[in-house]
Design a protein around this ligand. Structure first.
Ligand code: PRT
Ligand code: ZN
Length: 285
């Protein structure tokens, strides 16, 4: 039987989360992380480890069927692949930053300036969309030091916490692109491989969904059950079980993290007691 070939980053910021995601999908490859290629034992999957920069091209060419890569790299490389699913990790933004002392007021400040970046294509498109004429200096690493050594007036680089910019005397001026890790696929997968990808995607979605939801249990006086069930819709509807103490019930349900604290407050206001909140490992609805 054919195996699905997946390309992951060999080492770096996406490596651990990519391996963890597979593991949460029931595919454990942790005993082969030092190899370039390993076969999963309990899923027809072959895992290849590459530099992230190479993953879009390898998937486009079909050397790998699917891959996990940052959208920033994918769009910069302009690879012809299908984006299957955002994965919720590796979040960052590509931003233009300028020296803290610069009197930056608007994008026009960038006209005629030199901007150092490793993301030439993304920056070029951004400048074009905004009618800015600037000179792009393409450099491959340590972009953040370019202004202090006189190589550029500004930079365009990835930011997550902003501490690298801060410690290099820079301030964030504009967001060019927002990114996270995505699952990508070759454009013409065989039926068999498409079937395997669907199986993998089903698991990934169940893992993702579980992360945004929590299992909640609480005790409530019976006369409050209506009001409480109204606050806790659950997947279908909440489970209600009688407590040993007459007049009381235990209510079980699932809540989305977006509304979590509001819901807890409302439940308390309605007389809920002994509220327990438990992480969900997988969620299939
Ligand atoms: O060796 P290989 O080529 O595979 O790895 P790499 O060195 O090119 O990439 P790597 O591992 O640094 O990043 C892989 C991917 O992680 C990126 O393409 C992004 O999609 C994502 N990502 C998320 C980040 C960051 N956050 C990030 N903060 N990639 C890089 N950074 C760097 C940034 O370049 C800057 O130097 O971190 C610094 C800024 O971080 P803060 O927290 O100080 O703002
Ligand atoms: Zn790279």
């Amino acid at each position: 039987m054919d195996k699905l070939k997946i390309a992951l980053q060999k080492s770096g910021r996406l490596h651990e989360d990519s391996v963890k995601l597979l593991k949460e999908c029931g595919i454990d490859i942790s005993n082969g992380l030092n190899k370039l290629k390993i076969e999963a034992e309990n899923f027809p999957l072959e895992v290849f480890f590459f530099r992230d920069d190479d993953i879009p091209q390898y998937v486009e060419e079909g050397i790998a069927d699917v891959g996990i890569v940052g959208e920033n790299v994918l769009v910069e490389k302009q690879a012809l692949v299908d984006v299957i699913e955002p994965l919720g990790f590796g979040k960052c933004r590509l931003s233009i930053a300028v020296p803290r002392a610069a009197a930056y007021d608007s994008l026009n400040w960038l006209n005629g300036k030199r901007i150092a970046t490793s993301y030439k294509n993304l920056l070029l498109q951004f400048l074009k969309n905004n009618n800015i004429e600037a000179e792009i200096h393409e450099i491959s690493g340590s972009v953040e030091i370019a202004p202090s050594i006189g190589l550029a007036d500004a930079i365009c680089d990835l930011v997550s916490t902003g501490s690298t910019l801060f410690s290099n005397g820079l301030k964030e001026a504009e967001t060019v692109f927002k990114s996270e890790a995505v699952l990508i696929a070759h454009k013409q997968l065989s039926d068999e491989k498409q079937h395997l990808l669907n199986k993998l995607l089903f698991r990934i979605k169940a893992v993702k969904k579980s992360k945004h939801n929590k299992y909640i249990l609480l005790n409530a006086p019976n006369e409050k059950l209506n009001a409480i069930c109204h606050i806790l819709p659950g997947i279908k509807s909440p489970t209600i079980l009688p407590l040993a103490e007459p007049g009381w019930s235990s209510v079980h349900s699932v809540v989305h993290e977006d509304h979590f604290w509001e819901i807890i407050e409302q439940l308390k206001a309605e007389g809920a007691q002994g509220i327990l909140v438990i992480p969900i490992e997988k969620m299939i609805v």
